[in-house]
Design a protein around this ligand. Structure first.
Ligand code: ATP
Ligand code: MG
Length: 204
């Protein structure tokens, strides 16, 4: 039997996007044979203070600049064009409607997967897609599945997949701090994004 076609959805604030995000998406793409990975910058992140998040146009453009060198990567403005708060549920539902014949893989870091229990309509999200939790330094993934997520019914737990990606201690928070402190950010993110940050005087 032929395997079902599949695509990935990588949601994030991407303020800024960095090689942690890109390496993770590429690892998941290759591991699960995804046809494409769509990067979806968030509009108004429900869990973050709007004052602390850069304009969505900047975040979208930095994401766009980052994916040009990968044939399999695309960006989607679906969340930034949607008024009101961004919920993963609405995004996954929109992809489900647009790609009815595909398996959907929602890609997150292991830290973010711990938060899913607090998400809006989490069980409905898990009805629509698989979740892939990528390792991030400092997170023990076996414990995660055994302890934190075991409150989920087993049929949902099965839809959460865990993969290890090359350990990358890169975070947007750290990059912003480095810019503020005039420290280098070179080699932590694509060069075009580095230039964009300086040109637009972001994070100063
Ligand atoms: P912040 O420092 O503000 O938390 P971030 O670096 O985590 O930012 P986000 O845009 O919040 O960036 O992350 C989007 C998704 O990418 C989340 O699911 C997050 O867990 C994951 N992610 C972020 N950094 C890494 C990394 N270095 N390796 C693997 N996954 C990551
Ligand atoms: Mg984060």
């Amino acid at each position: 039997m032929e395997r079902k076609k599949a695509i990935g959805i990588m949601g994030g604030t991407f303020d800024p996007i960095h090689y942690g995000h890109l390496v993770t998406a590429e690892a998941v793409r290759s591991e699960f044979g995804l046809e494409k990975v769509y990067f979806v910058p968030s509009g108004n992140p429900p869990h973050k203070d709007p004052k602390e998040v850069s304009d969505s146009q900047h975040r979208y453009l930095m994401t766009f600049l980052s994916i040009t060198t990968n044939f399999y990567f695309e960006t989607s403005p679906i969340e930034i064009n949607r008024p009101g708060k961004s919920y993963a549920y609405d995004t996954v539902k929109a992809f489900r409607d647009n790609f009815p014949d595909y398996d959907l893989y929602f890609i997150t870091g292991a830290d973010a997967i711990k938060e899913i229990l607090t998400w809006h309509r989490v069980e409905e999200v898990l009805d629509l897609c698989y979740f892939v939790a990528a390792t991030r330094p400092g997170y023990n993934l076996d414990d995660l599945k055994k302890e934190e997520l075991k409150v989920l019914p087993p049929e949902y737990l099965e839809r959460i997949l865990i993969i290890e990606v090359p350990a990358m201690a890169i975070s947007s928070t750290d990059i912003k701090k480095r810019v503020r402190e005039r420290k280098p950010i070179k080699y932590l993110l694509p060069e075009a994004v580095e230039h964009y940050i300086y040109k637009k005087k972001l994070y100063v």
